[in-house]
Write a new protein. Structure first.
Length: 116
């Protein structure tokens, strides 16, 4: 059985692009004041109303912002990756990428749709 990190510190340990992750975490927490941040299955996971709705995964060359039910959101930034049918992802490569207003719009829209 694979052992996953259980804390934010464990998830981030050894990751080179910390500034991008921290900036993205701040954006999410400052945009959605009632969101809870936790770690599930080795990913930084955001919870609204007791349900997971957003996830940060770390890749070698980027930070992956994953939207559960991302198929319900329209954006050129969202890509399908992996086997999750309803998941959509945004690749965030640099801290400057986090400043793209489309990312904040996607976070807000995802939270609106998730709470319907």
């Amino acid at each position: 059985m694979k052992k996953y990190p259980k804390t934010i510190e464990e998830v981030l340990f050894g990751f080179e692009n910390i500034e991008t992750v921290e900036k993205l975490r701040d954006l999410i927490k400052n945009t959605l004041l009632d969101v809870q941040e936790t770690v599930k299955r080795g990913s930084i996971t955001y919870v609204l109303g007791g349900k997971d709705f957003l996830r940060i995964n770390l890749a070698k060359s980027h930070v992956d912002l994953g939207f559960i039910n991302g198929t319900r959101i329209s954006s050129m930034l969202l890509k399908r990756r992996g086997r999750g049918r309803s998941w959509r992802h945004v690749e965030v490569k640099t801290p400057d990428d986090v400043e793209n207003p489309e990312i904040k719009r996607l976070i807000l829209r995802a939270s609106e749709l998730f709470q319907l």
